[in-house]
Design a protein around this ligand. Sequence first.
Ligand SMILES: *Cc1c(COP(=O)(O)O)cnc(C)c1O
Length: 366
Amino acid sequence: MLPLFEKYPLLGEKIPHVELGQFPTPVHKLDQFGEDVGVGRLYIKRDDLSGRVYGGNKIRKLEFLLGDALQNGAKEVVTFGCAGSNHALATSIYARQLGLRSISILRPQPNAGYVGRNLLMSHYSDAELHHVRNIPLAYVATFYQRVRHRLRTGHSPRVVPLGGSSPLGTVGYVNAAFELKDQVTKGEVPEPDRIYVALGTMGTAVGLMLGLKAAHLKSEVVPIRVVSEQLASVRRLTDLFQKTNSFLCSLDSSFPRFELSESDVDIRGGFLGQGYAYFTKEGTDAVSRMKTAEGIKLEGTYTGKTLAALIDDAQRRDLRDKVLLFWNTYNSRDFSDAIAGLDHQQLPRSFHRYFEEGVQPLDTDA
Ligand SMILES: *Cc1c(COP(=O)(O)O)cnc(C)c1O
């Protein structure tokens, strides 16, 4: 039973949910890395281990979004992202596990080793892959849905939103905060003062912010923006917070309602660098320091930039004695065996460039 549903059984009756991952994910201290960066009480939440085949932060959302697809009798799902999208890959893997076909509509992005690996793994998971130009994703979604509806299947695929960050998907991270609360209660981790997490489509950070309040934890979420400000602004963040809050209140009137004003939110945009999926020096340094100290593998698009912010904050005298929690949102399951025999020639031609052109200079993991 999900910790959120234990507390609010009515939500458990009303919200579609299918078990896909392995929860609770471990939480533990980072002794060596903490010592390296000068933080005495530094912990990590291991959402990289959230699934057996493929972990990371998207499974918590997909348990609700694919639960919803099943409940609606969908036979296929369609989702969106950039070419190397962890979200599109997770959707393909777990949709197939549930017997759903999946379609991913992907946009161009800067090249890195993980892009090709994720594309091959999506292909291995029987996803139908499309590479489109930079047109607004919302437009692609509606257009695509209509076309398929009319021409091919006679019924529309269920849309899984970008990054899984609709109010329904965001509930996955409201629940994650309740999971953390249980771990605090059991003494597995002291109550964090600050939780560092990447900010992309925002469902992860927003779900945590709402869930922490509801679970009566005083931890402050520090969202590190890894996408353009257009996608992740303070206004859009508070909007998703309110919508998710209203969604839960509408299903269970005993769920509390919170105010989150724009001045309560401090989005950290200084670690983005050139833009989404462009690696930064601070980010890749952070990745290699974590690898050396703890053997935990991060990456340059999300978690490296987030950790770089934490390392920067560790210089601040007032934060050294605090309990800091790094929320690892990246997958650490190795799927290289699954894709070892695959050739990129099997992918649509427009994806070949990710295999044939070089990766960005800071990517040492290609
Ligand atoms: C998608 C993703 C994020 C961002 O999460 P959002 O909920 O979209 O803000 C962070 N880290 C990794 C590794 C991701 O794949």
